[in-house]
Ligand binder design. Structure first.
Ligand SMILES: [Zn+2]
Length: 294
């Protein structure tokens, strides 16, 4: 009995030592076969409305990695020898520290995870209260917003993966910003949402130039945005030009930075001639102005 009892702990010890050795060997082997995936984020501190560029070197990756940030996954684009994307924030992104998590597979099938952190700094956005006349008030319906959302979504369903833009984005018209990005809009006493772009006040008929190279994905009248143009710049980046008097391009047109795509007007939900210029990145409406300083 005693002998038996003695043998067991010794056996258990040997087994434990063997298991630990095997684990260490496996770890060393894993490290050798599956080098760590790395994620780079730039910048690591952003204000609400700004974007973070992330890149993941593609060497030794077996497939498309996945990036998670702020409660969702983000599409990744092949950028030479890396995978990359822009993580976008808006006034609804809560201020605080966020993990950027990459899940990837090595070319031999092992799973790898990499993490980094990004801090989103809260911005105190001003509030604007607007009262519309009967004609404009009639546009402020959930149905108009829904029609607009559906038409925009359909137009942007297929976007270009490759980067079409080159260098800083141009300001489409030069004029004073009368309503900046992020302003909380209260229409007829009701919260409508944050301002998804900048309003540039310029006279009626002023030519509007496209901010960068791209492909026109929408060129038509929308209930709230009026005569609208959406331009796909690739890699999930889309610029928008609203309330135009006239549209000079058609869906599918390839446009070059500075090309005139229409003229300033006051169509849709607008109280006077101005250009609403917006930028959306992977579906999030961001502040377009930092894109003029790339
Ligand atoms: Zn606007």
């Amino acid at each position: 009995m005693t002998k038996r009892q003695d043998r067991h702990p010794r056996f258990a010890r040997r087994l434990a030592v063997s298991v630990v050795c095997a684990m260490v060997a496996a770890l060393v082997l894993t490290k050798a076969v599956h080098p760590q995936v790395v994620v780079h984020a730039q910048p690591t501190v952003v204000r609400q409305g700004q974007v973070v560029a992330v890149s993941i070197p593609a060497a030794l990756l077996g497939g498309r990695p996945m990036v998670r940030f702020a409660g969702r996954t983000w599409p990744l684009y092949r950028m030479g020898s890396s995978w990359g994307t822009y993580l976008a924030t808006d006034p609804t992104t809560k201020a605080g520290r966020y993990a950027v998590v990459v899940d990837a597979r090595s070319d031999s099938g092992g799973s790898m995870t990499a993490r980094t952190q990004v801090t989103v700094v809260g911005v105190v956005f001003p509030t604007r209260r607007l009262t519309f006349d009967t004609q404009h008030r009639a546009l402020l319906t959930p149905n108009a917003a829904e029609v607009e959302r559906k038409r925009t979504e359909a137009a942007l369903r297929l976007l270009e993966d490759a980067q079409l833009w080159d260098g800083p984005f141009l300001l489409p018209v030069s004029g004073p910003v009368t309503s900046p990005y992020g302003v909380l809009s209260i229409y007829q006493g009701q919260v409508w949402g944050f301002h998804r772009g900048v309003d540039l006040a310029v006279p009626m008929g002023t030519p509007v130039q496209v901010a960068n190279d791209g492909i026109v994905r929408l060129a038509e009248e929308l209930p709230l945005s009026g005569n609208a143009v959406l331009v796909d710049h690739g890699r999930g980046v889309v610029s928008s030009y609203f309330h135009l008097a006239a549209i000079h391009v058609s869906t599918g047109d390839h446009v070059r930075k500075g090309q005139i795509i229409g003229t300033v007007g006051t169509t849709g939900l607008s109280l006077g001639p101005h250009l609403h210029w917006g930028m959306r990145v992977n579906g999030v409406h961001v502040d377009p102005l930092p894109w003029t300083r790339l």
